[in-house]
Design a protein around this ligand. Structure first.
Ligand SMILES: Nc1ncnc2c1ncn2[C@@H]1O[C@H](COP(=O)(O)OP(=O)(O)OP(=O)(O)O)[C@@H](O)[C@H]1O
Ligand SMILES: O=C(O)C1=C[C@@H](O)[C@@H](O)[C@H](O)C1
Ligand SMILES: [Mg+2]
Length: 172
């Protein structure tokens, strides 16, 4: 089965996912990295040259391909929930877990990184707040949710392991 991590930028999907995969001896797949491999350009270049809609099409294609495989920890991109089809593709072979954090914590974790084009604006904290509001409902696609604000990466990994041990992967 797969364990897919969803959540806003900076909630820790990639860092937590890598460590979780190591602990469980699962393959780690980062959908943002798969998009870069598929397209051949870094994410900021894809956004700048072809726009967000094009990026979302590549994201959907890659999510479908990776979601059909097994025994992986999948770190998704923050916007994967924007299409229901992506979530269905991630749920077909496993469990989907939402990572959360406060806007301020997200801002602190992302402010020194210029690889997230949606946050390259004059007031990133305001943008984080508005995107979180827009996406609030879509992030409710799973009952498995962890607020990572006060947790270390290791503590988040432990919580996920507890969720996985207690779940029967029956959620569709
Ligand atoms: N629980 C945590 N405590 C402290 N720092 C964290 C925590 N989780 C992640 N970080 C740090 O926050 C930054 C962003 O984390 P990461 O890249 O894993 O987020 P992401 O959810 O994959 O974001 P994106 O959607 O943009 O890919 C990294 O520098 C990471 O080390
Ligand atoms: O939240 C988003 O829409 C994004 C998050 C990143 O992981 C990347 O997938 C990209 O920067 C878009
Ligand atoms: Mg990531």
């Amino acid at each position: 089965m797969n364990i897919s991590l969803i959540g806003f930028m900076g909630t820790g999907k990639s860092s937590v996912g890598q460590e979780l995969a190591q602990n469980l001896d699962y393959k780690f797949v980062d959908l943002d990295e798969e998009i870069v491999k598929e397209d051949g350009r870094p994410i900021p270049d894809i956004f700048a040259e072809d726009g967000e809609d094009y990026f979302r099409d590549v994201e959907t294609k890659v999510t479908e391909k990776i979601g059909s495989r097994d025994n992986q920890v999948i770190a998704t991109g923050g916007g994967v929930i924007l299409r229901d089809q992506n979530i269905a593709n991630l749920k077909q072979n496993g469990i989907v877990i939402l990572l959360q954090a406060t806007p301020e914590e997200i801002y602190n974790r992302t402010k020194d990184d210029d690889n997230r084009p949606l946050l390259e604006v004059e007031d990133p904290l305001a943008k984080i707040n508005s995107l979180l509001e827009e996406r609030k409902e879509s992030y409710q696609c799973t009952p498995y949710q962890i607020d990572t604000t006060e947790l270390s990466i290791e503590e988040v990994v432990k919580k996920i392991e507890e969720i996985v041990a207690g779940s029967e992967f029956r959620e569709k």
